[in-house]
Design a protein around this ligand. Structure first.
Ligand SMILES: Cc1cc2nc3c(=O)[nH]c(=O)nc-3n(C[C@H](O)[C@H](O)[C@H](O)COP(=O)(O)O)c2cc1C
Length: 154
């Protein structure tokens, strides 16, 4: 769903502000100070807002694979988002995924069926900065994990 109406964009921003204030409550000390310094949304800057949903009631695929792994439905949506993300980067565009939102409120506000689950709210636009290192690493929120800690052989 492309979110174009100014009222709805404002309502999404309000949802972010509420969700972000709530998230902040769970951090203390230095982590809290770091959290405050992070820029966690580009809602006012991004020209394109795309809310991406999974239709939990879809008949597409006739349930293949979902009987054993129901989450594959949402995984497929995430895979599509990743493809969009790579295509956007190849065109010089930036994508921000905003998960600090109230998913049910956003869903209701966008007037979509109850069976749709919000998977991502994406902000797409021209980046004002380009970096090689990940932002959260740069801001000392999370250091990169060595790949040797993530790959196993059995
Ligand atoms: C599932 C998911 C959720 C994310 N949620 C947020 C978010 O709420 N706020 C935010 O600033 N970045 C969020 N991000 C990260 C950014 O959208 C994006 O990955 C990052 O800004 C890209 O820059 P980097 O390569 O420097 O990390 C999320 C990323 C993923 C994959």
């Amino acid at each position: 769903v492309f979110v174009e109406s100014a009222d709805r964009r404002e309502a999404v921003k309000s949802s972010f502000v509420r969700a972000n204030a709530k998230a902040l409550e769970s951090y203390y000390g230095e982590k809290r100070a770091q959290y405050v310094r992070l820029k966690l949304e580009g809602l006012e800057d991004a020209p394109v807002h795309l809310a991406v949903f999974a239709d939990e009631a879809t008949q597409a695929g006739s349930g293949l694979g979902r009987k054993t792994m129901p989450h594959t439905l949402q995984y497929s949506v995430v895979a599509a988002i990743q493809t969009l993300w790579l295509a956007a980067r190849a065109e010089g565009l930036g994508v921000g995924w905003i998960s600090i939102l109230e998913p049910k409120i956003v869903r209701r506000m966008l007037d979509v069926p109850d069976t749709w689950t919000l998977v991502a709210y994406l902000c797409i636009g021209r980046p004002v900065e380009e970096h090689l290192d990940p932002e959260l690493d740069r801001h000392h929120w999370q250091e990169r994990l060595g790949v040797e800690r993530l790959i196993f052989t059995r």
